[in-house]
Design a protein around this ligand. Structure first.
Ligand code: 4NP
Length: 158
C-alpha cells in the first residue's frame, strides 16, 4: 500500500487507555501541524475500559510534552473499523494477531505494527504495555510513539 494516499489511521492497543490514545493524541497533533487533514482514532482489542478517559499516567506524560487528549475515550475495535480505516496500527504483536484474527482477509494488508515506522528506535519491535509498570515505562511509550509518528508522517507526506 502506498501511504501517500491514505486518509485515515486507527491506533490499537489492548485497553485503549495508555498506548493507543497516546498515539492518537501525538499523531493528531503532528499531522495537524503538518497541515494534513486525516481521520484519526484509537481503539482497544479488549473492552475492559469502554468509555474511560486515557490513563492519568499517559495523560501526564503526554500533556507535559504538549499533546492534548481532549475528546479521546476508550472503545473496543468493531468490524466496521476494518472497512472504515486505511491503516490500522497495532502497538504490540499480541494486538497485531488479535486484529488479524478479527479482520476479514481482504483487509489484512491494512494491519501493521506501529514500530514498522520507528526511526531512532528501529531496534524496538513493539510498543510495550506500560500498565503494570512505573513512570519510566510511560515515558518510553511516548518516546517510541513520537518517533514512529514522525516516521509514519514522513511516509504519508511522500
Ligand atoms: P493499553 O494498556 O493497552 O496500552 O491501554 C493497558 C490498559 C489496561 C490493561 C492492560 C493494558 N488492563 O489489563 O486493564
Amino acid at each position: 500500500m502506498t501511504l501517500s494516499s491514505i486518509n485515515s489511521v486507527l491506533f490499537v492497543c489492548l485497553g485503549n487507555i495508555c498506548r493507543s490514545p497516546s498515539a492518537h493524541a501525538v499523531f493528531r497533533h503532528k499531522s495537524e501541524a503538518a497541515g494534513l487533514d486525516l481521520k484519526i482514532d484509537s481503539a482497544g482489542t479488549a473492552a475492559y475500559h469502554q468509555g474511560a478517559k486515557p490513563d492519568g499516567r499517559s495523560q501526564k506524560v503526554g500533556e507535559s510534552r504538549g499533546y492534548n487528549f481532549s475528546g479521546i475515550s476508550a472503545r473496543k475495535v468493531v468490524q466496521s473499523d476494518f472497512e472504515n480505516f486505511d491503516i490500522i496500527l497495532a502497538m504490540d504483536d499480541s494486538n497485531f494477531s488479535d486484529l488479524i484474527s478479527a479482520c476479514p482477509e481482504h483487509h489484512h494488508h491494512k494491519i501493521r505494527l506501529m514500530t514498522e515506522f520507528s526511526q531512532a528506535y528501529a531496534d524496538q519491535s513493539e510498543v510495550p504495555d506500560p500498565y503494570y509498570g512505573g513512570a519510566a515505562g510511560f515515558e518510553f511509550v511516548l518516546d517510541l510513539i513520537e518517533d514512529a509518528s514522525d516516521g509514519l508522517l514522513n511516509q504519508i507526506k511522500k
